[in-house]
Design a protein around this ligand. Structure first.
Ligand code: URA
Length: 186
């Protein structure tokens, strides 16, 4: 299946109730052939209104890290674990996450990135391990089925606690370095 076909299916999805309150499905943006795929949690208000992931305050901060380490937003792929905004930005509940996970799986299969970077604990819990502890395990590289998996702090966590920013920069620099190494061996 093509990414555009999957996006259409996602836009028509009624598997949970979030479609009733969302404005736009926030499917994902970037290069469909990206080496790095970033996966956040769920769309917020600005994302819901625009249909584009990470465009609000947290997204603007995230853009600064991409720029700081020399990653082009158009050459990576950015998506979320769930594609519709939960009302008032509440945490997505387990049923909503489970209902949406198939889209993320298929999206990841089509893009086939070399590295998956989880943005925050919710994505890391889903994608890396239920035992993942973001304060302890951020920046650690894991290998699964030929792909590198890692997680960094969610940009919203950096807005709440700027003391985490040094760790974020170090992790993002290592991610860029790792991506360059992976490119070198492929
Ligand atoms: N937070 C997320 O996890 N994803 C977005 O797209 C925006 C904010």
């Amino acid at each position: 299946m093509e990414l555009s076909e999957l996006q259409k299916k996602c836009e028509e999805c009624r598997a949970c109730e979030l479609w009733r309150t969302r404005t736009n499905v926030v499917f994902g943006t970037g290069d469909p052939d990206a080496d790095i795929m970033f996966i956040g949690e769920a769309p917020g208000e600005k994302e819901d209104l625009s249909g584009i992931p990470f465009v609000g305050r947290a997204g603007q901060l995230f853009d600064r890290y991409l720029e700081a380490v020399g990653l082009d937003r158009g050459k990576v792929y950015i998506a979320n674990t769930i594609k519709c905004r939960p009302p008032k930005n509440r945490d997505p509940d387990p049923e909503e996450q489970a209902a949406c996970l198939g889209f993320l799986r298929e999206q990841t299969r089509i893009i086939d990135p070399k590295m998956i970077v989880c943005l925050g604990r919710i994505a890391a819990y889903r994608i890396i391990s239920p035992d993942f502890k973001i304060s302890r395990d951020h920046g650690v590289f894991y290998e699964r089925k030929g792909k590198i998996l890692t997680a960094v702090y969610h940009p919203s966590a950096l807005l709440r606690d700027p003391r985490k920013k040094d760790d974020m920069l170090a992790d993002m620099m290592n991610i860029k370095k790792k991506a360059d190494e992976l490119k070198g061996i492929s």
